[in-house]
Design a protein around this ligand. Structure first.
Ligand code: GLP
Length: 263
């Protein structure tokens, strides 16, 4: 696993946007052989989306032959609700880039048969040849997508109940009213994420320091689903200084040292 330590949030966003743009450009995607991205919501990826959109405007990267699969979506709120992940992605990214509508995939949290919706999502990922790079954030309790503590590390796309911690954390987007936060979501599984050819997880700020410690220094555990990245052959964790607050000094120095001069 690579641990990329950056001074602050803006540098995390810049490093990651450049990394993704380079991967897309190197792949030289075509309509027949698109580049496939897994994408998250949350506040952490916002900087990455803004920089990628600007790079797209400057023609430094194109999303014309990029296919996307979002990680998760709430169950039971209208697609056009301002806090649905459909709205989030459209507002913060898709409306600003040259992606084809048909190439965007987001789980439908209002599908009449949610189980079927999840099975079909996995099938669609397989049909395009799998995900090349899955970008993710992490919850304070170490969850990736909505794979809350105790989620199977072999899990696939399915419906999950959100923990009280996550409902409270996400209430900031719902006028600080936890009663307005949906209690269920559809989410890709830990194994769905780990099947991607590359996994890039972002963590910013002191509140994520415990999750980063579990991802880097502790054992792999379903209690901290982000720790599954240790099993990935190409896992990258991109963090800022504050998110390193709980790492041992030796760990921190070790990763700074081995990443010296790398891009
Ligand atoms: C939600 C999302 C996750 C995200 C997490 C952290 O639970 N389902 O994908 O990583 O929030 O969000 P933030 O980046 O806002 O801290």
């Amino acid at each position: 696993m690579r641990l990329i330590i950056q001074p602050d949030y803006n540098r995390i966003a810049t490093w990651t946007a450049n990394y993704i743009a380079r991967k897309i450009n190197d792949a030289q995607p075509t309509a027949q052989r698109p580049y496939v991205l897994g994408l998250p919501t949350g506040s952490t990826p916002l900087g990455v989306y803004a920089i990628l959109a600007e790079m797209n405007r400057q023609k430094l990267v194109s999303f014309e032959h990029v296919v996307t699969f979002n990680m998760d979506e709430y169950v039971g709120i209208p697609v056009n609700h301002e806090q649905s992940y459909h709205s989030f992605m459209w507002k913060n990214f898709f409306s600003k880039i040259d992606i084809h509508l048909a190439n965007i995939h987001i789980l439908d949290g209002n599908a009449s048969n949610l189980e079927k919706e999840c099975e079909e999502y996995e099938a669609k990922i397989l049909a395009v040849g799998g995900i090349d790079l899955f970008l993710g954030g992490v919850g304070v309790d170490g969850h990736i997508a909505f794979n809350e503590p105790g989620s199977s590390l072999a899990s696939r796309t399915r419906q999950k109940s959100l923990t009280t911690d996550t409902i409270l954390a996400n209430s900031r987007f719902f006028g600080n009213e936890s009663k307005h936060v949906p209690h269920k979501a559809l989410t890709v599984g830990v194994a769905t994420i780990m099947d991607a050819k590359e996994v890039v997880i972002l963590a910013s700020g002191h509140s994520k320091a415990r999750a980063v410690r579990h991802a880097v220094e502790e054992s792999i555990s379903h209690q901290w689903t982000v720790s599954a990245i240790q099993m990935h052959p190409k896992g990258v964790l991109v963090v800022d200084e504050e998110a390193c607050d709980e790492l041992m000094v030796g760990t921190y120095k070790y990763f700074l040292d081995i990443e010296k001069g790398n891009i």
